[in-house]
Design a protein around this ligand. Structure first.
Ligand code: ADP
Ligand code: MG
Length: 275
């Protein structure tokens, strides 16, 4: 496979996932969520992790975030083994993980307060971000008074406030309607370009992955491993109706469908055993 331009010029990876395995053990049962998962990610890359539900995407992202530990293999951020969450990796969850009792501005400021910065510094940084994400006029509202799309923008702003070089996004737009989703995809792409982040974006939407990614990493059904890495070396903004987009969509649909079939078969087998 052709290495992408960023891979060729990047030197050493900012994230090295090396033969990661994750087995969950509970009630005497074992679930292998990840097996032999290896991937190197380079500074400034936009990586989409694509795979059917239950294939281990969240498990992988949680391991990168340092919320969970692999049962074998290792994850390195730069030259450090990941063992805990760190300021170099900020997570945006699918669920609107905002504090309901805090205003928009307080939610965005949360990470900065942990950093123990001076009040005026926090305020200036928060205001800048709120302006950039068109949230400034809503700074004193509470999450319950915002639309789903806007709440997710606040979650993104809060992650950006941490100023981490790497953003981890777990199906961040999965619960949004199509139009809001599409505008937030453009927003994330803009943020990625402006802030020069490395983004690891989990999705089960094929279209979303082609629209956003430098490389799409297709996962197998459980235990999740890399099935195929598909580079998308096409300039932005990408036209979803263009022939190259449609043909890539077909290729990825075939790959994901194969895994969905495997997942269905596995579930049928489990159902049969339980009968
Ligand atoms: P995805 O995000 O791709 O939908 P997950 O990473 O959430 O998949 O889960 C992968 C598999 O691991 C699933 O079968 C899920 O049930 C299982 N799993 C995830 N977390 C746990 C846990 N804490 N304990 C036991 N099994 C888990
Ligand atoms: Mg998930």
């Amino acid at each position: 496979m052709e290495p992408s331009i960023k891979e060729q010029s990047a030197g050493s990876p900012v994230l090295r996932i090396d033969r990661v395995e994750k087995i969950f053990r509970s009630d005497g049962r074992e679930i292998a969520a990840l097996t032999d998962f290896s991937l190197d990610i380079y500074q400034g890359e936009f990586i989409c992790i694509l795979g059917p539900s239950g294939c281990g995407k969240s498990t992988l992202l949680n391991a990168i975030a340092g919320f969970t530990h692999p049962t074998a293999g290792s994850l390195m951020a730069g030259n450090k083994t990941i063992s805990t969450p760190g300021p170099d990796r900020a997570m945006v969850f699918q669920e609107y993980a905002l504090f309901p009792w805090m205003t928009v501005a307080q939610n965005v400021a949360f990470g900065l307060k942990i950093k123990r910065l001076a009040r005026e510094v926090v305020r200036a940084q928060v205001d800048t971000l709120l302006h950039k994400l068109q949230l400034f006029d809503f700074r004193d509202r509470f999450p319950k008074d915002l639309s789903g799309g806007m709440r997710q923008r606040v979650a993104i702003a809060r992650a950006l406030a941490l100023d981490s070089p790497m953003l981890l996004m777990d199906e961040p737009f999965g619960a949004l309607d199509a139009l809001t989703r599409s505008s937030l995809q453009d927003e994330v792409r803009r943020i990625w370009m402006e802030f020069k982040k490395t983004i690891i974006f989990v999705t089960h939407s094929i279209q979303e992955s082609i629209y956003l990614a430098d490389r799409v990493v297709v996962m197998t059904y459980r235990p999740g491993t890399v099935k195929k890495i598909v580079p998308v070396n096409i300039p932005h903004p990408r036209d979803m109706s263009s022939p190259w987009f449609v043909s890539l969509q077909q290729e990825l649909t075939e790959l994901v469908t194969e895994e969905q079939m495997r997942s269905q078969k596995a579930e049928e087998n489990i159902a049969r055993i339980r009968q």
